[in-house]
Design a protein around this ligand. Sequence first.
Ligand SMILES: [Zn+2]
Length: 228
Amino acid sequence: MIFLYPIQGADASKVAVVGGFRRDFYYRSDIYIGGQHMATDLTYPDGTPLRPVGPATIAWAGSEIYAGNFVSIDLEGGFRATYRHLIAPAPVTIGQRVTPQDTIGHVGATGIYAGWSHLHFDLWNKEKKSPEAIFKNGWWAHDPELYLGQEEAMTQTEFNKMFAQAVKEALVYAYDEKTKQPVGTKHTVGAYLHQIRRLQVAVNALQARADAAGVKRGDTVTLTGKLA
Ligand SMILES: [Zn+2]
């Protein structure tokens, strides 16, 4: 079961550390019950609209000292997602049917320990659906990052193409060990790959010449010529 991201138009690359530090499912701190976060924090500006990650029913909504304003939705497959630290009470009623076209709240920083504007998103199920799940009060907390991102589903070919492009565009720096400063010119990985391919072509040509002369790798060759 894979759901959408709770933020329209978002993708995994944007779910990182814009203005905050990252707290994933496994993040540990004594402020959490049992020490583990059991949720993912998605950092977005105040007021960013939040959508259901799939067709759902509003299970609960309210305000609480730790969570701030929050809304819980019941999804397919027995999943329940909770959105916490909303900027204002969720504009929904309990039992209401909602779809990803609806807005069920907006990013905020309400509640204790919110710290910065972000969505604290957690995903529960009465059944254990994957190995990382942690049992608490009759529910299993699942790592949301394993379950979000339906829009990113892509074929292996599409992924390979995207990955190759990203690698080619990545810049390579040479660092001076002593000064810790970059030295020389920055090149893209693609430029280095091009050079490596040219060298490979040259090596292959030399190998072909050696093969044509009946010399194989591992043969002992005695050089008799004189250096010019
Ligand atoms: Zn959190």
